[in-house]
Design a protein around this ligand. Structure first.
Ligand SMILES: [Zn+2]
Length: 476
């Protein structure tokens, strides 16, 4: 028995007879490029998204501007000084600091949390290199920023982030403005490792020339109006910004256009939706979730009426279209029933990471989840965060599957009257963070701040970072 059969048919028929999300993806990525926060492309994309959502007939379409710590890439150099002289291709990492540093190259492999204390005497005053791979045996995701912070605490003065995937060039990804840091390709990283092995000692020099400054960007908001119970609402969201070196087609735009498609199609159902579904396309996610923190802070009074937040970051990638629930077992029966009714697989698991726009909502205890494939636990990005994350990697069939699955799930969440989800108290949120292994990760930022304050010389960008309160702190 499927009580939503008629609406399911309309949703699926509309999505599978339209190429809208692929057309939108091409516009976002080919015309507006990376949509890197604070750039002309960013503003162009926002204007275009607002117009598109108005064209769909959505309500309350607008952009909410906010200030965030922006960054402009400058040329970066990585040179081997000893035992030979050679330049290695590299790129600096977003929000990194401009500077010059010289030191011995210390290779720390995949950067398991145990390695930094053990090798502190080598790391101190030198340049540490770690790969982008998740260390073997780790149950949680060890993010780039955590490896960077742990190297700094062990005394590193420069940092090299080595791609562990061949043929994808140097990886990018934001860090904090503390020590000069660059990304290098797998091949160049392997070359440096061979050199180290053969020679025992390799001296390198990093020079970065980036600029940090306050900039402005936007969250784009649009509503699918509800019917009889319109005071309650749901959010479907995804960031729209990519990294400056890439089109950001899979991450995030495959999710951005899937979320836009969901709003377009749910809106065609007219008053058949009982509760409001709000689409939010977040800005400045890649630099530190600035858009979603901003949204939650600005709309904190409305969170009690928010049933569920579904984050679709990169959700149009290949794989099963399931759900990572962020600490809400009371929602599992709903997902199982929805899967049965829809006749689709909807694998789920309870898991959270602090690395996308669900996080500020999660910290506030709002029931939330992220689209993705729990059966293909990803611990690496592949071509993500490289210049090869391009439109040609995205398949229309994946966009359709994501849009039709999550649109039907949201329909159910909006229309059932007995809502099983409940807002978590802070102790419960904290408990789940501990259980997931991210408590130390969060504490790490404060430890690094304390440590850096003791330095004799502090770069002005680092000072500004020290003075800026970490956005999550307002939530604790
Ligand atoms: Zn993303």
């Amino acid at each position: 028995m499927n009580p939503h059969l008629e609406l399911d048919k309309r949703i699926v028929a509309e999505i599978y007879t339209s190429t809208e999300p692929m057309e939108n993806l091409e516009v976002l990525c080919d015309i507006y490029g990376s949509r890197f926060p604070g750039t002309e492309e960013d503003r162009g994309a926002v204007k275009w998204m607002v117009e598109k959502l108005e064209e769909y007939g959505l309500e309350n379409v607008h952009a909410e501007s906010f200030k965030f710590p922006g960054w402009i890439r400058g040329p970066a150099r990585l040179e081997i000084l000893k035992p030979m002289e050679r330049e290695i291709e590299c790129i600096s990492l977003p929000l990194g600091v401009a500077g010059e540093v010289e030191g011995k190259l210390i290779y720390l492999g995949d950067g398991h949390p145990d390695v930094y204390e053990k090798r502190r005497s080598e790391i101190e005053g030198n340049i540490a290199m770690v790969t982008s791979r998740n260390p073997l045996g780790m149950k949680r995701y060890l993010h780039r920023t955590e490896k960077y912070m742990r190297c700094i605490l062990a005394g590193a003065r420069g940092w090299i982030f080595m791609n562990h995937y061949p043929a994808y060039g140097p990886p990018t990804g934001s860090i904090s403005p503390i020590i000069p840091a660059v990304g290098v390709s797998y091949e160049d990283g392997c070359f440096l490792r061979r050199l180290l092995k053969r020679e025992g000692e390799v001296v390198v020099r990093i020079e970065t020339t980036d600029k940090n400054m306050e900039m402005e960007t936007y969250n784009v908001v649009a509503d699918v109006p509800g019917g009889e119970a319109d005071d309650e609402y749901l959010i479907v969201g995804c960031h729209y910004d990519g990294h400056d070196i890439a089109q950001g087609a899979i991450d995030p735009a495959s999710g951005t256009v899937a979320a836009m498609e969901i709003a377009r199609v749910l809106n065609l159902l007219g008053e058949r939706l009982k509760r409001r579904v709000r689409l939010i396309l977040f800005g400045a996610e890649e630099l530190g979730l600035f858009g979603s923190y901003e949204y939650v802070e600005r709309h904190v009074d409305e969170l009690d009426k928010l049933r569920f937040m579904l984050n679709l970051d990169a959700a149009g990638r290949e794989g099963k279209k399931g759900v990572f629930l962020h600490g809400h077992p009371e929602l599992e029966p709903l997902l199982e029933r929805a899967a049965r009714e829809m006749g689709v697989e909807l694998p789920y698991m309870q898991r959270v990471t602090p690395y996308s726009d669900h996080w500020p909502f999660f910290l506030k205890g709002v029931p939330c989840g992220s689209g993705g494939d729990p059966e293909a636990m990803r611990t690496g990005r592949g071509y993500g965060h490289t210049r090869y994350d391009t439109v040609d990697k995205v398949k229309l069939s994946d966009l359709r599957e994501a849009a039709s699955t999550y649109a039907r799930l949201l329909l159910r969440m909006a229309n059932i009257d007995e809502w099983p989800g409940r807002r978590l108290r802070w102790e419960e949120v904290e408990g789940f963070i501990r259980e997931q292994g991210y408590y130390q990760t969060i504490a790490l930022v404060e430890r690094v701040k304390e440590y850096v304050k003791s330095w004799k010389e502090i770069h002005p960008d680092t000072k500004a970072w020290l003075e800026r309160e970490a956005p999550y702190k307002a939530f604790l």
